[in-house]
Design a protein around this ligand. Structure first.
Ligand code: BV8
Length: 243
């Protein structure tokens, strides 16, 4: 019933925006942050993923991101990512605003992706901002130009979000008549303000119930994994649109 309901909502919508989080990537082998198997169960994000850690704890910071960047080499988009790219191709999705830093949406073929928290696959110098290669970060190099510290282009706790991605997302959410939130606990500000900015229908897809769904008045909540739910919706759309 609920997958079919979502298929109908998507078919009727003129502009659908997706908001994804780490739960969209766990089926690709990338751990999330706050579920029982999440990264923050054993690591304090303030020690490894904040502006303070970059300044005062650089070795810890660098080790944490070297581990995450290396782990990405064995991860690829799963069926759910490929289905979202197919939805975009068929004009059913206009933007994916993601908190994910792994670029799996783009690897799956999605073109309109706003990286609200940046990514860990590109590197820059913290001091002069010049781009550097991933290998230079992985082998503990310093900036070629100013000897500054190298860091991934990820938005750390305490950093502002990229203006272009944020503004584009705000505009799209404002115009959307359907916003589908997939695999995020909505704990992180300011992304967690986005669903309440939607004037359209609001749908939540998550593996488990979180306190979140109580906060937001979702029109529809689908409990289960992104992969299985998106597969069901894709099948139902096929029945509807004969595509
Ligand atoms: C800013 C980069 C202002 C790191 C990330 C006190 C109160 C409120 C706010 C604050 C506060 N103190 C500080 C703040 C602000 C802070 C913040 O919100 N902190 C929170 C945590 C308390 N925010 C910031 O600092 C932001 N910047 O506010 O700037 C400013 C203004 C002027 C000048 C300077 C600054 C920056 C936030 C960005 C931080 N960076 N990532 C990295 O990734 O390495 S956040 C990090 O959390 C990731 O990006 C991640 O994507 C994001 C959100 O997490 P989720 O994606 O939701 O993941 P989570 O594990 O939580 O949930 C996944 C869900 O999926 C689970 O429910 C799980 O059950 C489900 N799931 C799992 N598998 C599946 C599934 N569902 C379906 N299918 C599955 N297969």
């Amino acid at each position: 019933m609920t997958a079919e309901t979502l298929a109908h909502l998507m078919e009727e919508s003129n502009r659908t925006v997706l908001l994804t989080g780490a739960g969209m990537s766990t089926e690709s082998g990338i751990p999330d942050f706050r579920s029982s198997t999440g990264l923050w169960q054993n690591i304090d994000p303030r020690i490894v993923a904040s502006t303070e850690s970059l300044q005062k704890n650089y070795e810890h910071f660098r080790e944490f991101y070297q581990m995450r960047i290396t782990a990405l080499d064995n991860c690829k988009p799963h069926k759910g990512h490929l289905i979202l790219a197919d939805f975009e191709k068929r004009g059913l999705v206009s933007l994916i605003a993601t908190q994910n830093v792994d670029q799996l949406h783009q690897q799956a073929g999605s073109k309109n992706v706003a990286e609200l928290h940046g990514n860990i696959v590109s590197i820059r110098c913290q001091k002069c901002g010049k781009p550097h290669g991933k290998e230079q970060f992985l082998n503990n190099s310093i900036c070629t130009y100013c000897s500054g510290k190298l860091r991934p282009n990820v938005v750390l706790f305490g950093e502002t979000l990229p203006t272009e991605a944020w503004d584009r997302t705000l505009h799209e959410i404002h115009e959307a008549d359907l916003v589908i939130v997939i695999g995020t606990s909505l704990e992180v500000y300011p992304v967690n303000q986005l669903p309440s900015m939607s004037r359209g229908k609001l749908v939540y897809i998550n593996r488990e119930q979180t306190s979140t769904s109580a906060h937001y008045s979702f029109d529809l909540v689908l409990e289960g994994t992104a992969g299985e739910i998106l597969t069901d919706v894709h099948r139902k759309l096929g029945d509807l649109k004969k595509f």
